[in-house]
Design a protein around this ligand. Structure first.
Ligand code: ZN
Length: 135
């Protein structure tokens, strides 16, 4: 994962959104970073900030806020949606899962039926959750 390129993509997409919504001044950009995405939230937030001075003029004064996107899983067998807490994963296992999401299948079972066959429905990727500004 190339964080700098990702930060650049965030800036580009924020500028696009600002244009579409006809915002002349963007006050705040809220970024949602999935907890299964191996990215340091603070570091990524400051990378985005560093790129603001050279971004589109409407973005230059924006504040950057980073929120954590909680991971969610869906059981393939019984269709139950659950999170790590439901599956009672320990702290160490949790860390491993956040680093290598595929490890979830080693450490977790569906809390409803016990199946190891589930998919990750949320918690990966970076997206712009919200942009606030003025026309
Ligand atoms: Zn299940």
């Amino acid at each position: 994962m190339h964080e700098w390129a990702l930060a650049e993509a965030v800036i580009t997409s924020a500028a696009e959104t600002a244009r579409q919504r006809k915002l002349a001044v963007v006050d705040e950009i809220v970024l949602n970073i999935g907890e299964l995405q191996a990215i340091d939230n603070e570091l990524f937030g400051s990378l985005v900030k560093e790129q603001l001075p050279s971004a589109a003029p409407e973005l230059r004064g924006a504040k950057i806020r980073v929120v954590k996107g909680e991971a969610a899983f869906e059981c393939q067998a019984c269709k139950k949606e659950f999170c790590e807490q439901d599956a009672k994963v320990g702290e160490e296992e949790r860390e491993a899962i956040h680093f290598v999401p595929e490890m979830a299948h080693v450490y977790m079972r569906c809390p409803a039926c016990g199946s190891p066959d589930f998919s990750i429905v949320r918690g990966r990727g970076v997206f712009i959750q919200e942009i606030t500004g003025r026309p």
